[in-house]
Design a protein around this ligand. Structure first.
Ligand code: SF4
Ligand code: SF4
Length: 455
């Protein structure tokens, strides 16, 4: 019998769950990064002074694993520059001064969809990336060698992170697009089974989808226990299919593809209208925010403009995050823009932003007991402190999905997830160094062989 993976129960704080997204007034300008996805950054195809319209291409994909970038407002290209992203890397940006008209580019038209390739081309052209998290280009996820590989597509409607409700709103407010997107998957990718995985703390959403799928073929709704991290890809796959994704393998290796609910509705919208991903529904919340709400904003709108347009802060924010409090990323400043995969921006005051002082590990084992992947965070912390990379690899630190359950549950407030991130980087650097050394030795041997042969 299928059982649940470990996890934790966290307070939901979903105060915006009943709030449909409010369209905010356009900002004076937007700053659009060319790297909002995993893979090669896009390359700008506009120059300073160009007039662009909403939906017009401003950055072409930089490779197969990449995505096009489109203007999210109409106006004049003011600057092509660089900014420090929240991931600590510099990224190229295109700044557009809005003319306030949001004039749509004339070239926008629905794509012609006759074949599977037409469909994949449309997904590529839409600029869609996984909207629930990492920003992996959607077309790459859907490009499979053999369609028989896909046994099940799981629509991720878990939204297990506290505070965030933008996906749930997309599920409810754009339900017909979500279903239309699923029909496209059935038609062009011959997907035999589609499952909506929704946490049981969203009864309105479950009810809506049970009604909708009752009119569809091979679609079903699975009510999942509300727990964190229910929306983690491997966790969701296990709870829906009973399959564990083996180490070093992809979801497709167990026949599964997971798509975020907003991603699937955006695919349908693009196929219906031809308008690429230029606007985003974002939850604005946190203890420092005056008026928590869901908003619809152009990609590239600066955080400071979003917060200001929602009424600003009720106390000085001490920590601002992209995403939720469990897996979110702290931003260096409020100049950071809304990205394609931004689902929430949260601002917290002093009390929430100040973590308790860590004390010594009491060897209670709670971090192990609550890790969904059955890892040993306390042991990994010890190995990291000793610089024992072999041990870190043995403990499989690379599998850590950085969900934060271990840190959350630790009574000694050890910064376990932060240590894991550092340890993963250390292991990666070690492996890269080994690889480089092996390649250098191989090249040396090759050169010696050629020298010998030339004698
Ligand atoms: S952050 Fe990593 S080690 Fe900690 S609970 Fe999550 S998967 Fe396990
Ligand atoms: S939960 Fe914290 S105190 Fe308990 S074993 Fe893990 S690191 Fe140590």
């Amino acid at each position: 019998m299928k059982r649940y993976l470990h996890g934790i129960h966290v307070a939901g704080h979903k105060s915006t769950a009943q709030m449909s997204a409010v369209k905010l007034p356009l900002p004076d300008s937007v700053v659009i990064p060319m790297a909002m996805h995993i893979g090669a950054p896009a390359k700008p195809v506009v120059k300073v002074g160009d007039y662009v319209k909403t939906g017009q291409l401003i950055g072409e994909p930089g490779g197969f694993v990449s995505a096009p970038i489109y203007a999210s407002v109409s106006g004049t290209v003011k600057k092509i520059g660089e900014m420090l992203g929240s991931n600590g890397r510099m990224m190229q940006t295109v700044e557009i001064e809005s003319d306030g008209l949001d004039a749509r580019w004339e070239g926008i038209q629905p794509p012609k969809l006759e074949t599977m390739q037409d469909f994949l081309d449309a997904v590529r052209a839409s600029g869609l990336v996984g909207l629930g998290g990492a920003g992996f280009p959607t077309v790459v996820k859907l490009t499979v060698k053999n369609l028989d590989q896909i046994k099940c597509v799981i629509i991720n409607g878990a939204e297990c992170e506290p505070y965030i409700t933008s996906d749930t709103r997309a599920m409810i407010d754009y339900s017909f697009d979500v279903i239309a997107g699923c029909r496209l998957l059935q038609k062009f990718l011959k997907v035999p089974r589609i499952v909506f995985g929704i946490e049981d703390n969203k009864p309105e959403c479950i009810e809506r989808y049970r009604e909708l799928v009752s009119h569809e073929q091979n679609m079903e709704v699975m009510s999942l226990k509300a727990m964190y991290p229910q929306g983690g890809e491997k966790v969701l796959i296990y709870h829906v299919t009973g399959e564990k994704v083996p180490e070093g393998k992809l979801p497709l290796d167990v026949g599964a593809v997971v798509l975020n609910c907003t991603t699937i509705s955006s695919i349908a919208r693009y196929c219906r209208t031809g308008l690429p991903l230029v606007k985003k529904c974002v939850t604005v919340d946190g203890s420092a925010v005056k008026n928590p709400m869901n908003v619809l904003v152009p990609i590239g709108m600066r955080m400071k403009d979003v917060f200001e347009a929602t009424g600003g802060f009720k106390e000085e924010p001490k920590m601002v995050l992209y995403g939720g409090p469990m897996m979110g990323i702290a931003v260096p400043d409020l100049e950071q823009p809304i990205l394609k995969n931004t689902n929430a921006i949260l601002a917290f005051g002093e009390a929430e932003a100040t973590p308790p002082e860590p004390t010594a590990c009491i060897k209670c084992g709670k971090c192990i007991a609550h890790c969904p992947l059955s890892l040993m965070p306390c042991e990994m912390e010890t190995a990291y402190k000793k610089g024992n990379i072999e041990r870190l690899m043995h403990l499989k630190v690379n599998l850590c999905m950085e969900c934060g359950c271990c840190s959350f549950i630790c009574p000694a407030h050890r910064p376990l997830v932060q240590t894991n991130k550092l340890a993963k980087a250390q292991v990666m650097a070690y492996k890269n160094a080994l690889k480089a050394k092996a390649e250098a030795e191989k090249a040396k041997l090759e050169a010696e062989k050629q020298k010998e042969a030339a004698k």
